[in-house]
Design a protein. Sequence first.
Length: 187
Amino acid sequence: MPILDGKEQEHKGVMEIAKLMVVSARTAPKAGGRDDILTAVIHGPEIGDVADDMEKIGTERNTEAWGQQAQNVRGADAIVLIGVRGTRRYITNCGACGYASCEEFDLAEKKRRQDFDGPNCNFKVIDLGIAVGSAVKTASLLNVDNRIFYRIGVVAQRLNYMPEASIIVGIPLSVKGKNPYFDRVTK
């Protein structure tokens, strides 16, 4: 009988869970059934690229939290990215985007702000939140360590990992004896 290495099996399990999280994000409910959700999975050396850029942003902005989260990211087995084409509109003229009508929103200049593109349609941002919630629920049900990171999404935007997305969120995944993403001890 062959013996399978536990660490290798844990990594394979995380990759399978990442795939299931992408499925959960895709099948999550969307406003009006209009799907503008984008997904991707990062693994291997690209995880180090994400962490390196997080540290770079921390230095640029003189904000320690970026570097602290970068250390968490370095230990991830995979990262699930979920983004949205938020500069597309949902037809309601609700005004939540700050414009009087969807037509005004369409005419507004869409450009990169500090971290993401905007303005964004509120319904698309809500869709992103629902997709992210669905994905992390899947991770939780399958007992993989995870946490939603805004900063990973910022880096994914800078590295052009999802060029169509106006907003991206990153979810690092790992299998540890203690969830590393909720350790608030600072150094």
